[in-house]
Write a protein that binds this ligand. Sequence first.
Ligand code: HEC
Length: 267
Amino acid sequence: MLSRLNLALAALLLLVAALATLTRVDYARPNREFLPDMKYSPAWQAFAANPNFPNGRTLQAPVPGTIARGELPLYFQATPEDALRAGIELRNPFHETGDNPEALARQRESLAASLARGGEIFRVYCLACHGPQGAGDGPVPQRGFPPPPSLVSGKSLQMKDGQVFHLLTYGQGNMAPFASQLTRSQRWDAINYIRDLQARAASAAAASAQPPTAPEGEPPAPVSEPGPPASPSPSPAVAPEPPTPSPPPSSASEVPVDRKNPLRERR
Ligand code: HEC
């Protein structure tokens, strides 16, 4: 009785050992697969004919009237009239609204971050034509492409943010649309950066406009500066500095965005 049990146990042990060696997994080679169809479903090529759909296509159009998550439709055409309408109807999402100080502080923070991203976007997508300062002197027009107007002195100063958004979305004249390269949020980042370029150019122009009047108007200088009398003599020396009044924007835009490509996150 005992020996028969021992025999049976020994046989079982042998069987288990044999099974263990037979079914040993070699991770260097593909293992055995049963009914692989259930594991790997056949993937249809996007443009392949497909008998499973009534219209015979794989790629289906979105259901009419539906809106993809995270997307809001833009009801504009690529026309100058609609560009003007976009200027009236579209609001820069980074602009401050309301008077809640906490919300305003958050807005300022997100605007600074947007400026930093916008600088990166400008250098990648716009600088080639518009030049580092937006003067329209990038390397592409220097090689024969119709030069773009200056972004810091031209019409774009008067354009509303929404109008520039329309321009970046639908293009204008010789400038191609950027809707397929830049997400909406990235387009707003670029716009914020252009506004910062313009502000810096304006303050630099104001700074360079002052010194000539100060030196040649030495005698009338005291007359023209009765308001701030404390700084008549330092003012010529200080004149080169006024670029510093704008560090908040400029420093924000100069912040080197961390090198993990910030343009990657698209929605
Ligand atoms: C291939 C060259 C090229 C690139 C790249 C380019 N632009 Fe332009 N841009 C132009 C040209 C040319 C015009 C003038 C379009 C026209 O004919 O009205 C222009 C016009 C503009 C204007 C309107 C200026 C005005 O006074 O009418 C803005 C704003 C602008 N671009 C912003 C941008 C931004 C932001 C980017 C980057 C996302 C960019 N551009 C990339 C060539 C370019």
